[in-house]
Design a protein around this ligand. Sequence first.
Ligand code: HSE
Length: 431
Amino acid sequence: MSKKPLNIAIAGIGTVGTGVVEIIQTQGELLSQRAGRPINIVAVSSRNQNKSRSVDLGGFTWYNNPVDIASDPSVDVVVELIGGADGVAYELCEKALKNGKHFVTANKALIARHGASLAKLAEENNVTIAFEAAVAGGIPIIKALKEGLSSNNISRISGILNGTCNFMLTAMAETGRDFDTILKEAQELGYAESDPSFDIDGVDAAHKLAILTSIAFGTKVDFESIYIEGIRNISLTDIKFARELGYKIKLLGICSNENGIFEQRVCPCLIPEEYPVARVDGVNNALFIQGEPIGKLVMEGPGAGKGATASAVIADIMDIARGCFSYAFNIPSSLLKKQDFVDITQHEGEYYLRILAEDKAGVLAGVTDILKDENISVSSVLQKSTAKGENAHIIVITHETFEQSIIKAVEKIEKIASVIKRPNVIRIESL
Ligand code: HSE
């Protein structure tokens, strides 16, 4: 092989960084054959040089300050696995691009917050910024959208984008254990981010969704406009009722363009249990893509973890080694549109309402009167007494209606004297 090697430097040798080193060290020959040139690690940086690791970093130049990697003339590609939207990761990215180095990252927060300006900077310096590993771990969704689906007009992507939440919702449903117990287990298993609120409050999924929206619709990446609702309010009671009604509850990230009306949201949803995405359980991620001419497409796989994420990082490195460069968000950054997304109050769909009330005459009639007043048509109603018998859960499934009507109805229902607490509302998603 006569071609010049591609020299990479890795900033951040944690779980994923170790995975990347391992793959390059053990699969080097195969990667070289497939890329047509050797891929060499030349430099690394991490917080602690003396930490015991499963890989030998002895042969690489060590940088205490990761940002210095960007000035190393031997480095062609900087691989950033530090994390965080700002600070060192941002500084390293900006400097690497300005110094004419390609930049590969798994950092969804960085790309969700600064993606548009960093893509512009990469174009100005004739280098690439690539982030397959930032969305859905090992599922090659970014490549699928930019390459295999490049002729498609995408109308909608619905994704299970957070493995921790999917693990928790699945485990609650399967074991009947409560939210806090399952969260602890997710943390012990290493699924949850160091700050679990990023996972359970939907922020991690929203970072990923912001990136997908931009690539799918040619819009400027816009994290701020995403409606985000996590899974803290999902109780075992909701999971059980949903199952009884033929649904599963999943945290979905959804972006859509329906006749020029753009929407992006992350929220728990009831999905009919027979749908493929409803059957994606545990820590896995899944993407359900609708486009023209492809129709409907489902991708499922590991959304996090050492091997899956390292696999995606290497895929980007391989593209650079082969000289396959594409625009970060599918089109030149100057063509990315600043898009208005509809407010969640304009959302139209079916809803699940759970109302906890005293079990006495007239309560159900009071609820249905309010729904009638708000022009909300009911599809089905289920009432179950609580274990002690004095209260009841009233479950209402509505036909399609506007969120604004649901908000008004919930405000009024909450004020009925016999209603014990604010009704729980979950959107129903027909994929
Ligand atoms: N903590 C994330 C998840 C993985 O649970 O899916 C990294 O984005």
